[in-house]
Design a protein around this ligand. Structure first.
Ligand code: PRX
Length: 660
């Protein structure tokens, strides 16, 4: 079965430079044997392995005695039970106390040459003041605070201030529309929203506060909005609800203690899309999440003091949470916060950034690599990328062409390439190369991280496919510290989505192959989730946005392969009787409908207005057929005899690929 994929099995050993102490700091894991030994320990004796790591990497205000409790079967996973620690203390105080002048954040603003540096000492003062504001506005441990902010240092301050007072932050990516924001604020019962006047990205202005105002029209529970000034534009302020960040923080002292937090106290919510319509508030708890963030940051990015780490994700997604904020700051690193786009003002922006700040680890998404590769190698010329040691990717499978380009043109063949596989729910990397130890294959995330007991299951029987050269669905056999604990207010859905489909396993929703050499290749989602530019979208969510349009009778959304974005959204729409089918305006209206309900990043690339959808006699939509048609595989549709009306297929093929 594994043979159906054209994998690139060329082997890339650890670059010699990484193992030469004259050139690079010695990697924490510097041979395959050492990785295997540590991995074995983490599986054979997780209590000892993770107990030791948790004490080494984190500072606990009260020690834990029980390393691990519960399991996947009952969905009662808990780590470091009696222990108490504050995530903010771990990320800020302990470094500010020992090295206050060390740079914590390099803020690379939208316009080039405006970088700002924030030290750990300054970060502590800023975070304490905002924590004071939160407390003054009645936020207490266990409350949820919504954060809808662009990529500015105050966004990091916002996350940390919530953690300091024990409030759960619920960051909503600032590309979400007012309606999507409203749904998330409402679901989490957030009483306070942190936002900005406007945002800046790629030279464009984003009306952040106006979107918040629109969203809050139907969120009566929100009592307070704190507005940070990004541009200084005049924006409407509602009396008694809206306060300027700048005015509020000045009321509060530069130090306020961090709350004692139990290891299993919730730390944050992050909404993500699943197979069904409504987004789910994935909940992470404190000790386990922090350990996952810190441990993967140490071992996967091989962080050494003096390194300058740059993750290009947005803080609104899990990658931003774990690898812009919590992982790097937990270890006292310098982390880069990039507000702009890789192509703004020119496609050299990443390379300028690396050269200017002497970045040692660089982490981005395959979609950005593909887009930059297309624009031509000349944009890389003249930029000194020699500071780089490790270059990483995340969010979607990376195709070998993009991998080779990244390795050769960016890494110059002298950096380790880490293709990191993980999810919002896993909290931190779960399958990834370790840069000093693993020989990589382009497009494979290689081997599991410590403590991750991978299983590939037969999708139908649920039986584990042991050994090599197997393809099935990807699952994990035992709990790990940073796994999500629940879906906010819906533990039932958590169980049904992740732990019940294959009893005793955590189900990732992805398909995977373990090849003949034991390397893992993640193939993409096996559910109705689409991955566009590393953004996870549910077909059901887009369909329900479309169906709200008065002309739409029925719709089916599928992902089509796309050279740059990985997948693109293709929507098939049946109109209500009497609505004229051939209308460009209507197509535009439908696209803007999705932008309005979810956000611009969810806009369908193609909308096909069709007479009928392929359904079985019992009325079940056969998405498989649509997926094949948009992938240009109409000649291998498989069995269509179960369709109520097989002639529908011909019409759909003609619609997608009109005959000349
Ligand atoms: O399908 C997998 C894909 O992204 C999904 C998780 O999406 P999200 O929760 O938004 O988190 C993205 C950032 C961690 C996964 O189920 N995915 C993520 N990383 C990879 C990947 N697919 C293949 N290779 C990867 N390295």
């Amino acid at each position: 079965m594994a043979d159906q994929y054209q994998d690139d099995h060329s082997l890339f050993p650890v670059p010699a430079r990484l193992l030469d102490p004259a050139q690079c700091p010695k990697p924490f894991v510097s041979s395959l044997d050492q990785y295997k030994k540590m991995y074995r320990q983490s599986i054979d004796n997780p209590e000892e392995f993770f107990g030791k790591l948790a004490n080494e990497l984190l500072t606990w205000s009260k020690p834990f005695h029980t390393v691990r409790h519960g399991g996947l079967e009952h969905g009662d996973v808990a780590w470091f039970l009696e222990g108490e620690l504050n995530a903010c203390y771990n990320c800020v105080d302990r470094h500010a106390l020992t090295d206050p002048n060390k740079v914590a954040i390099i803020y690379e603003a939208d316009e080039p040459n405006q970088a700002e540096r924030i030290t750990y000492g300054e970060l502590l003062r800023k975070v304490c003041q905002l924590a004071g504001v939160l407390r003054a506005h009645g936020i207490r441990k266990g409350d949820t605070v919504a954060i809808y902010m662009p990529m500015i240092p105050e966004a990091v301050v916002a996350l940390l201030a919530c953690a300091r007072v024990g409030a759960l932050h619920s960051v909503i990516f600032a590309g979400f529309s007012a309606e999507a924001l409203r749904d998330r604020v409402h679901d989490a019962s957030s009483r306070l929203v942190l936002t900005t006047d406007q945002g800046k990205r790629g030279g464009k202005t984003i009306e952040t506060k106006r979107i918040v105002d629109e969203a809050l029209k139907t969120c009566p529970k929100v009592e307070t909005v704190i507005v940070c000034q990004r541009t200084g534009a005049e924006v409407p302020m509602k009396d008694g609800r809206d306060y300027w960040w700048g005015d509020e923080v000045f009321k509060h002292p530069f130090y306020t203690p961090a709350e004692d937090i139990n290891s299993e106290d919730p730390m944050f919510l992050l909404y993500t899309s699943g197979s069904t319509g409504s987004p789910k508030g994935v909940m992470h708890t404190t000790g386990g999440y922090m350990l996952g963030a810190a441990a993967t940051f140490k071992y996967v990015f091989d962080y050494h003091p003096g390194d300058i780490f740059a993750c290009m994700a947005d803080v609104g997604w899990i990658t931003g949470h774990t690898y812009i904020v919590y992982g790097p700051l937990a270890l006292g690193a310098t982390t880069v916060l990039f507000e702009s786009l890789p192509t703004y003002p020119t496609p050299s922006r990443y390379w300028e950034l690396i050269a200017e700040h002497k970045i040692t680890q660089f982490y981005t998404a395959p979609t950005a690599i593909r887009a930059l590769r297309r624009l031509g190698d000349e944009w890389l010329e003249g930029h000194d990328l020699s500071s780089l040691r490790i270059i990483g990717t995340v969010g979607e499978p990376i195709n070998p062409e993009a991998w080779h380009w990244y390795n050769e043109k960016v890494g110059k063949g002298r950096c380790a390439v880490v293709d990191t596989y993980w999810q919002t729910e896993t909290g931190s990397h779960i399958i990834t190369p370790l840069p000093g130890a693993i020989t990589t294959k382009p497009g494979s995330a290689t081997f599991p991280f410590f403590g991750i007991d991978i299983a590939i299951l037969d999708p139908v029987t649920g039986k584990e496919l042991v050994g090599n050269d197997v393809t099935g669905v990807l699952a994990v056999k035992r709990p790990w510290p940073s796994m999500a604990r629940t879906i906010y207010n819906n533990h039932y859905r958590f169980m049904e989505t992740y732990l019940k489909p294959y009893a005793g396993y955590y189900f990732t929703g992805d398909g995977a192959t373990r090849d003949k050499d034991g390397y893992i290749w993640v193939r993409g989602r096996v559910d109705d989730v689409i991955n566009v530019s590393g953004h996870r979208l549910s077909t059901a969510e887009i369909e329900s946005a479309l169906i709200m349009h008065h002309s739409v009778a029925e719709t089916a959304v599928v992902g089509a392969p796309d050279d740059v974005t990985g997948q693109s959204i293709n929507a098939f729409v049946c109109l209500k009787p009497g609505v004229p089918v051939y209308s460009m305006d209507l197509t535009r209206e439908l696209i803007s409908q999705v932008r309005k309900v979810i956000g611009p990043f969810a806009a369908p690339k193609k909308v096909y207005l069709v007479e009928d959808l392929p359904k079985t006699r019992s009325g079940k939509l056969m998405r498989r057929i649509l997926r094949k048609i948009v992938a240009g595989e109409s000649d291998s549709l498989g069995d269509i005899s179960t369709l109520a009306d097989p002639s529908v297929v011909e019409a759909l093929i003609n619609k997608v690929n009109p005959p000349p």
